[in-house]
Design a protein around this ligand. Structure first.
Ligand code: LER
Ligand code: MN
Length: 271
C-alpha cells in the first residue's frame, strides 16, 4: 500500500525552498493530519538545533508517520557534502550526517542522500572519481546500518549534481555500494528531466525503490504541469510499489494550497 506524505521544514526555521504547510511545526503537523496525509517528511539542517523528544511527541500526537528525513539543506544551507577532497569539509559533513541518522533512528525514518552526496568534480583529479565518491559515502552508510537506519539515494537532475542523474544511475550506485540498508528514492521532477521514460525508470529500480517525491514538470503541485501521471500510477500499481509518495515542490500558490492540491491528487490516484 502506498502512503501519502509531505515535506515539512523542522521547527528550527523556514529554510529550503521546497517545503510545504504554514505556521509553527506543531501547526504544520496538525494541518498535514487534517488534510489527510499519512506522514510528514522532515527537512532538517542541524539536528543539534532540535528538541528531538518534542519533535517526536508532535508527530506522534498528530498521528503522523515520518518516512524520511530529507537532507538537501545540509548542502543547500550549510554547504556540507560527503564526496569531496576537502578532508575537513567531509569530516564535518559526516559528523552532521551521523547526527541526522541518530535523529532518524529516534523517529523511525529513512535518510535521503541527494545533494549531500557531493559531486565528482569535488573529489579532485583522480583516475576513478566515481569509485572515490563511492568510498566517501561508505562511512555514513555503515554508521546508519549499525543504527538500523536505511539510506535512500536520490538521483537528481544535471543542474543540481554531476553524478547519479537517472534511476539507472541510482541502481548502479546502490550496486557499487553493496549494502542492504541502501535503497533508492525517485523524484518525478528530476526523472522528467533525466530519465528517457519515467515508467522505465520505475521498473528498473522497483526492487530497491523505497520512496517517491512528487511534483509536476514545473515543480508545482501534481496536475499543474505536463507529466503523464496516468501512465506513471499504472506502472506503480503494476510493479506493486510500496512506501510513501511525498509532496516536495514549490510552495505555490501558497504552502497550504499546494499541499491541499497534492493530497486531493493523491487521494483520487491511490483510491
Ligand atoms: C531533494 O529531494 C531534491 O529533490 C532536490 O531537488 C533539492 O534540491
Ligand atoms: Mn526530491
Amino acid at each position: 500500500m502506498i502512503k501519502t506524505g509531505v515535506v515539512v521544514c523542522g521547527p528550527d526555521g523556514n529554510y529550503g525552498p521546497l517545503a510545504l504547510l504554514s505556521g509553527t511545526f506543531e501547526q504544520k503537523c496538525a494541518r498535514a493530519a487534517e488534510m489527510g496525509f499519512d506522514g510528514i517528511e522532515l527537512m532538517v539542517r542541524d539536528p543539534a538545533e532540535l528538541d528531538w523528544a518534542a519533535v517526536k511527541a508532535t508527530v506522534d500526537g498528530a498521528g503522523l508517520g515520518v518516512p524520511q528525513i530529507v537532507t538537501g539543506e545540509l548542502f543547500g544551507a550549510d554547504g556540507l557534502c560527503l564526496a569531496t577532497s576537502d578532508e575537513e569539509l567531509r569530516r564535518r559533513a559526516e559528523e552532521r550526517t551521523r547526527a541526522v541518522i541518530d535523529l532518524a533512528a529516534c523517529l523511525g525514518a529513512m535518510v535521503n542522500i541527494g545533494r549531500l552526496r557531493g559531486q565528482l568534480r569535488f573529489v579532485g583529479q583522480v583516475a576513478d572519481p566515481w569509485g572515490l565518491a563511492v568510498e566517501h559515502l561508505r562511512g555514513v552508510i555503515e554508521y546508519a546500518s549499525g543504527r538500523g537506519v536505511r539510506i535512500a539515494i536520490e538521483p537528481l537532475n544535471r543542474y543540481e549534481t554531476d553524478f547519479v542523474f537517472s534511476a539507472a544511475d541510482g541502481v548502479r550506485l546502490i550496486k557499487d555500494l553493496g549494502y542492504d540498508n541502501v535503497g533508492l528514492m525517485l523524484d518525478f521532477f528530476h526523472m522528467n528531466i533525466e530519465d528517457a521514460s519515467i515508467e522505465e525508470g520505475l521498473r528498473v529500480s522497483a526492487a530497491r525503490l523505497w520512496h517517491i517525491h512528487i511534483a509536476d514538470s514545473n515543480r508545482l503541485y501534481p496536475g499543474a504541469g505536463h507529466i503523464d501521471f496516468d501512465s506513471i500510477f499504472a506502472t506503480l500499481a503494476d510493479i506493486g510499489s510500496q512506501g510513501y509518495i511525498s509532496g516536495e515542490m514549490q510552495p505555490l500558490p501558497d504552502p497550504d494550497a499546494a499541499a491541499v492540491k497534492t493530497i486531493e491528487f493523491l487521494r483520487c490516484r491511490l483510491a
